[in-house]
Design a protein around this ligand. Sequence first.
Ligand code: FAD
Length: 437
Amino acid sequence: MASIDVIGGGLAGCEAAWRAASHGVQVRLWEMKPEQFSPAHKLPTLAELVCSNSLRSNKPDSAVGLLKEEMRGLNSIVMAAAAVTAVPAGGALAVDRELFSREVTRLIESNPLISLIQAEVAAWPEGEAPVVVAAGPLATESMVTLLGQKISSPNLHFYDALAPIVTRDSLDFSKIYSANRYEDGEGDYLNCPMNKEEFQLFLQKLLEADEVVRRDFEDQRFFEGCLPIEVMARRGPRTLTFGPMKPVGLDNPATGRRPYAVVQLRRENQAGTLWNLVGFQTRLTRPAQTEVFRAIPGLEKAEFARFGAIHRNTYLDAPQVLDEYQRLNSDARIFVAGQISGVEGYVESAAQGLWAGENAARSALGHPLLVPPPGTAFGAMLGHLRHNSGRKYFAPSNINFGLFPPPPPEIHKSARSAWLLETARRQFSDLMRSIND
Ligand SMILES: Cc1cc2nc3c(=O)[nH]c(=O)nc-3n(C[C@H](O)[C@H](O)[C@H](O)COP(=O)(O)OP(=O)(O)OC[C@H]3O[C@@H](n4cnc5c(N)ncnc54)[C@H](O)[C@@H]3O)c2cc1C
């Protein structure tokens, strides 16, 4: 009988196992809990939400809502368990963390095709069956070593320093100007100029803002080249204006003068719909980020497609080491799923696991593997793992509409969301037909 091994019983691993079993494939699901726990995991059960209990927006017109809709279409175990363990949370889907984890465990244990093996994997499972690695961002050292032997080490990252990303449509271009430093090139950067008073107000807000409480296992030391913006600010009033907010070579065309400080925004995607705040990696809480960064001229109404964050995060440089089916380029037996594959977030990890389970099962059955169309939420999310949009380093991303192929220019701004949703739903129907063929 066709079989696969899945390493890690988190969100991605449970989805992969569930999906593969739905194709009649036998699954060995390896989970080290409750014998061994990562520093963030506490519950003995599967699919543990390690931090927030929110699976974010449930609204069908949001990108993450659309991803959930597609997951439901593919009989996601995470969506099924969330439906019966939800707690009221406005437009968001939030769950009772313990009930949710217990419900996923119950479903997995009651599936006759899935055998749960409670042990740490420290060597590749024997045999030829496809393996799905879904060991998460806090995978054990042995797992990281096994992966490291299959790829070159610069392609495994251990530290995630994320700057916030804002949507272009939410920026105030009456205050922002395009320019590269010293007019070198075409004006690829967007620049938010500050006078002295604006900078001092911003600095004061930054110094007073709340930071995320650090966990015991998170290293207090930061790389000098990647310091959180608030840590730099504490070093002295001019540290930022000599660092990431340096104004030299960025004269404001509206005044013909050099501003006191400048926040630069760099394009995050090829479509130019998303921009990141250069050098603004941060540990501030999300409400604090909203308040502090909206004090930057031009960002008063900024919508955040991703908030800044710094935490340990083991993930692959996906565009370098994975193929279009999320298999290692160096070993087609091994699929990589969840956060360790380079996606970001609970929902994305679960969805990516589901898709890895689909293709691992197809591989075990000798069926052709599938790539979801680019305009679906699955396709957009997986597409991000295929290219790094010209960036020097690959960075994980939450699902957002900036990852979808943009509508043609003749589509009016007010009709863009509807166009994206309509395209996604049409392409998802095509995908379902290919799966069922
Ligand atoms: C501290 C922290 C907080 C986070 N908070 C949020 C948040 O609030 N919201 C959000 O959307 N995302 C958050 N994330 C990011 C991410 O969405 C979650 O980490 C998510 O749980 C990833 O799902 P996963 O299935 O890839 O990994 P996990 O859910 O971590 O599952 C991996 C599983 O593999 C097991 N395992 C590891 N190594 C082995 C091994 N060698 N053998 C057998 N089993 C093994 C682990 O015990 C675990 O059960 C957070 C990440 C971290 C590290």
